[in-house]
Design a protein around this ligand. Sequence first.
Ligand SMILES: Cc1cc2nc3c(=O)[nH]c(=O)nc-3n(C[C@H](O)[C@H](O)[C@H](O)COP(=O)(O)OP(=O)(O)OC[C@H]3O[C@@H](n4cnc5c(N)ncnc54)[C@H](O)[C@@H]3O)c2cc1C
Length: 392
Amino acid sequence: MDFTIPEEYRALKRVARRFVEEECKPLEEEIERNNDIPKELMLKLAKKSVDIGIYALDQPEEYGGGGQGLLCRVIVAEAFGSTIDAFGFLFSGGDSMIARYGNDEQKEKYLRPLCNGEMFVAIGMTEPDAGSDVANIQTTAERDGDNFVINGNKRFTTWADVSDIIKVWTVTDKVKRAKGGITCFLVETDTPGFSVSNIQETMGNRGMHQCEETFENCTVPSQSMLGNEGEGLTIFGKSYAEGRGRHGGRAIGTAEMLLEMCRDYANIRVQFGKPIGERQFIQGMIADMAIDIYATRMLTYNFAWKYDQGMDVRHDSSMVKVFFSEMLCRVADSAMQIHGGVGYTTEFPIERIYRDVRLRRIAGGTNEIQRYIIARNILRKNIPVGEISEYA
Ligand SMILES: Cc1cc2nc3c(=O)[nH]c(=O)nc-3n(C[C@H](O)[C@H](O)[C@H](O)COP(=O)(O)OP(=O)(O)OC[C@H]3O[C@@H](n4cnc5c(N)ncnc54)[C@H](O)[C@@H]3O)c2cc1C
């Protein structure tokens, strides 16, 4: 078993780290203040990161991507963990579903500009009455000759307002539903009948717009279907599994940054005549943070490696999601505790991170649902527990 990280991945991570320091960090305060990241800025930064070779790393080379796998994306995503989530999401978001399921026309039209940072895509699954229960979505797509007519409402579609296309999950067969009745479409956001009706205020993740949108007789050609009719939930599952690797990478990066801040602070903050780092309560928190980060890294890298081997990682992806999100919340909490009162002020980024990371246990499938999936696999599928992560 060889755990050596290829030098190429390390080099890309160094490039990404420099990009974060030089291009992202100077803009953080403004984005936090305005709760906005203008599209021109997104385009400009995306273009710069394309030029230095760290954008769309796991997309096919023939369409302008980096031709790497998920493991490389995870390692590079760590560098984006040390900046605000708006940048983290911009540079480590994006799945490979168009590359995997798209037809030639979709790849030419969308994948190339997506890889070049000239276009953005949003994910439209969640609806007012369908969050965890994705099979209960109400948005429909009805065939009309060579077209499909989409009607319904979505919510929590991150950046639907600045995206050029939205992956929209719809019901195409009300009887089959989860069993082959849900279909994904690539809808261009300038299609008549599509509109963003509201942007919700949130606790953190400032700059990332959480949109509510409406589809009213929004008519798209049948060629805009992603994959086959009824294949929507499979595509959704794969997209989320992949995303958990990248978000896991970002979580490692954020936690490491917090640990470094704690190390520095614990060494210089003196109380009762000694640096607080000499107190066992503080040392315990620091040690636990390090153990948590190490475990998350091993779990996430192994998951990404398996994904790149083409193994079935649905079960693993749920475990990764629960582990990295709870690890990050624990680490952020300890970081605030170690910094005492100043950790609670805006002088340090800890309070912002504390707010931002809380989302991770909710979005991308709540941790309760992930635990349900993990337990269901163990209880009902009768898989030997020790070999469960090999389950296919
Ligand atoms: C900032 C933000 C960004 C997001 N971005 C996107 C996006 O880009 N695209 C998108 O499609 N969605 C997005 N989401 C939506 C997100 O995926 C959902 O919020 C999430 O899946 C949970 O759905 P819900 O909010 O409706 O909660 P609900 O499903 O209503 O759940 C409420 C609570 O009940 C629990 N619960 C539900 N069912 C069960 C069960 N069977 N057993 C035990 N507990 C259960 C949940 O775990 C949770 O604790 C985003 C959400 C947020 C807040």
